[in-house]
Ligand binder design. Structure first.
Ligand code: KIV
Length: 274
């Protein structure tokens, strides 16, 4: 393979830079990636934040859930993705169980930052995870929280379902969002929640929200790369759009996604939940 032409330099996305994008009203463009070649495509398209998600357990490894993913897996894929990035912020997902205690989470996070070259780790949940979140932030590990549909809770939730539809659950989500911010999170992924709830949470926080199935009022959007490319069988979730269908090429699809997020044309009402 010949190396792709180096993309024009652009300012690197930093952790504090995410909050600045929110303050300036510039939507954050985020996507998952798992290898260097796709990371380079995302980099060239100007994606701000690249997540090595534990979704790799499903879309790369073929498991039925994200639960089997290990810290070794995340570190391996982070190292590959990091080689394709120059300016985008690299975020590593904390695998299921690796944050069972603050010390376990610290050990895993140090590997993700030192070996995997990630700049931030993403942790699902609030409640007992708040202590861990605070513990990591106090030790110079930036954290992105993740609330709403947390796929690592699939068995407790009884499936991949929209969260926060009932009044009590919506209030709890609002409290959890304020709590992760108070614990030191630098960003918050909101997955599969009603748009109005995501909007209320987004307005209540200084840190940016990055939505997936959470409507257009979030400060940014993230998708699983394979979903954006229309890869994968089964029923496509409502929030997914196949950008390859209109993009003509992988590069075109990623650029179309970035442009649609920045102009707030994606997600549309047809991709959101009430
Ligand atoms: O694992 C993942 O890819 C994620 C995104 C869907 C946000 O958590």
């Amino acid at each position: 393979m010949y190396a792709a032409e180096a993309p024009p330099p652009r300012p690197a996305t930093t952790v504090p830079g995410l909050a600045r994008l929110k303050r300036e009203g510039q939507p954050i463009v985020a996507l998952t990636a798992y290898d260097a070649s796709f990371a380079a495509v995302l980099e060239a398209a100007g994606v701000d934040l690249v997540l090595v998600g534990d979704s790799l357990g499903m879309v790369v490894q073929g498991h039925a859930s994200t639960l089997p993913v290990t810290v070794d897996d995340i570190v391996y894929h982070c190292r590959a993705v990091a080689r394709g990035l120059r300016s985008a912020l690299l975020v590593a997902d904390m695998p299921f169980g690796a944050d069972a205690t603050p010390l376990h989470a610290l050990e895993a996070s140090l590997r993700m930052l030192k070996e995997g070259a990630a700049a931030m780790v993403k942790i699902e949940g609030a409640g007992p995870k708040l202590e861990t979140l605070r513990f990591l932030v106090e030790r110079e590990i930036p954290v992105c929280a993740h609330l709403g549909l947390t796929p690592q809770s699939v068995h407790r939730l009884g499936g991949y379902k929209v969260q926060g539809r009932e009044a009590a659950a919506a209030e709890q989500l609002k409290r959890d969002a304020l709590a992760v911010e108070a614990a030191g999170a630098s960003a918050l992924v909101l997955e599969c929640v009603p748009s109005a709830l995501a909007e209320a949470i987004t307005r209540s926080l200084a840190i940016p929200t990055i939505g997936i199935g959470a409507g257009s009022a979030c400060d940014g959007q993230v998708l699983v790369l394979h979903d954006l490319l229309g890869i994968g069988g089964g029923q496509r979730p409502r929030f997914v759009k196949d950008f390859l269908a209109g993009g003509g090429s992988v590069e075109g699809a990623v650029r179309a996604y970035a442009e649609a997020v920045r102009s707030r044309r994606f997600p549309g009402p047809e991709h959101a939940y009430a």
